[in-house]
Design a protein around this ligand. Structure first.
Ligand SMILES: [Zn+2]
Length: 211
C-alpha cells in the first residue's frame, strides 16, 4: 500500500478495463447515466455518473471522488468530502457535459479500518498527514492511472477538472488525459473541517483560498 505513485510500472492497459454495465440514474441533482468499470486489482473499480456528450467541442467537467464512508454517507464534518461531492454533482448537472468518477479508495487509499485508526491518532493530536505516516502510509496513496483509463474508455480525453489538487492534474496528464482547465472545488465548509483542509493546503499542496 505504500507503493509510490510516481513511476509505477504496473500494467494497466485499456484492454484490462471492463465496462461492466450502464443504466439510467436519476438523482436529486439531475439525470445521469451510471457506468460500472472494473480493472484487475481489488482497488480497481469505478463508478462513473455521466451527463451529455463527452467527446464534443466543450470539454466535459470532471470530478474524481474517492470514497469516504464517514463523509459521503454518515455526513461527518471531520473532512470536506460530502460537501465536495454535492458541490461537484451540482456543477456537473449544470454543465453541458460531465462525469463524476467515484472510486472505492477509502481514506485516500489506506482503507476504512486504517482511516479509523488514523482518526484515533488525530484525536490524540496528530494532523491527517502525520497520522497516515505514523501508520506507515504515504500521505496520499492513490493512483490516477486507472481513472485515466476509465476517462479514455468513456471518450473523455480532454477534460475540465474540478479539483484543488495540482498533483491530480499532473498524474492525469502523465496518463494521457489533457486537463484544459482546473476548476476550483471549494464548497462552503463547516468550522470543524477547516483544520483538516488547512493541513491539505500546507502539507499536500492543495490550492485553497480563504482558510
Ligand atoms: Zn472524507
Amino acid at each position: 500500500m505504500t507503493r509510490k505513485i510516481a513511476g509505477s510500472k504496473r500494467k494497466n492497459t485499456n484492454s484490462a478495463l471492463k465496462h461492466v454495465a450502464h443504466a439510467a440514474l436519476p438523482s436529486k441533482f439531475g439525470k445521469f447515466t451510471i457506468h460500472g468499470f472494473a480493472g484487475h486489482g481489488p482497488m480497481e473499480e469505478a463508478v462513473a455518473l455521466v451527463r451529455g456528450k463527452l467527446n464534443g467541442k466543450a470539454a466535459p467537467l470532471v470530478r474524481i471522488h474517492s470514497q469516504c464512508l464517514t463523509g459521503d454517507v454518515l455526513a461527518s464534518l471531520r473532512c470536506d468530502c460530502r460537501a465536495q461531492l454535492e458541490y461537484s454533482l451540482k456543477k456537473i448537472a449544470k454543465a453541458p457535459s460531465g462525469i463524476l468518477l467515484y472510486l472505492p479508495q477509502e481514506g485516500r487509499g489506506i482503507g476504512l479500518m486504517n482511516k479509523l485508526r488514523a482518526y484515533e491518532l488525530q484525536d490524540g493530536g496528530m494532523d491527517t498527514v502525520e497520522a497516515n505516516e505514523e501508520l506507515g502510509f504515504a500521505a496520499d496513496a492513490r493512483e490516477y492511472d486507472f481513472s485515466a483509463q476509465v476517462l479514455k474508455q468513456l471518450g473523455a480525453r480532454k477534460i475540465r477538472l474540478l479539483s484543488n489538487n495540482p498533483e491530480k492534474v499532473r498524474q492525469l496528464e502523465s496518463s494521457g488525459i489533457r486537463v484544459v482547465q482546473r476548476v476550483p472545488c471549494q464548497p462552503r465548509v463547516s468550522r470543524i473541517s477547516r483544520a483538516y483542509m488547512a493541513t491539505k493546503k500546507e502539507k499536500m499542496g492543495h490550492i485553497l483560498g480563504g482558510l
